[in-house]
Design a protein around this ligand. Structure first.
Ligand SMILES: [Zn+2]
Length: 178
């Protein structure tokens, strides 16, 4: 079945328009899919529509509201923690762009146990840091300079990763915050 999208409705951020947020049956954010995939999930009763953008998609046989947020009808178990690697973007998102040391605006990533001293590049050893703190800390251990972390670094929730890797549509916000 071919589904075509109505063309006359200019939507918020056309680049984000054709992506649909999929929640698990538990309502936890799961992934982001193409509009085509989303419609197929709905038409096969694998998902229900929670939010639409108000426009309609037309096929030869029927019209369906263009979904923006779906929930799966059956829970799927997806092992995930740690599956997404820490990158500058995902780490800054997890730490809300706040420096782990001084709470100021952060735009760099610091290895708590420096790589030069055997520190691994993993979620529990990376934090957002401002350039100043990162530079001052250099290759020191926290104990050597009397610094402390504000929080213990952990793998992020899926919603945090989705926010970092996609440009969330405004209608997704409530679901990603849950
Ligand atoms: Zn700082």
């Amino acid at each position: 079945m071919t589904v075509t999208e109505e063309t006359e409705t200019p939507a918020v951020g056309s680049s984000t328009r054709r992506r649909v947020l999929v929640l698990n049956a538990s309502r936890e954010p799961l992934c982001v899919v193409s509009l085509r995939r989303a419609v197929s999930l709905v038409l096969t009763d694998k998902a229900v529509v929670l939010e639409t953008d108000g426009s309609l998609l037309h096929s030869e046989w029927l019209s369906v509201p263009a979904p923006q947020v779906l929930a799966l009808t059956r829970y799927v178990h997806v092992p995930y923690r740690g599956a997404v690697p820490p990158t500058r973007r995902t780490v800054l998102q997890r730490d809300e762009h706040r420096c782990a040391y001084c709470s100021g605006p952060a735009d760099t990533v610091d290895h708590v146990l420096p790589r030069s001293r055997g520190g691994a590049h993993e979620w529990t050893n990376v934090v957002a840091a401002c350039a100043r703190c990162n530079h001052r800390k250099a290759d020191h251990l926290l104990s050597e300079i009397g610094w402390q972390l504000r929080t213990t670094p952990r793998p992020p929730r899926r919603a945090v990763v989705l926010s970092a890797l996609t440009r969330p549509h405004p209608t997704w916000k409530a679901y990603l915050a849950a």
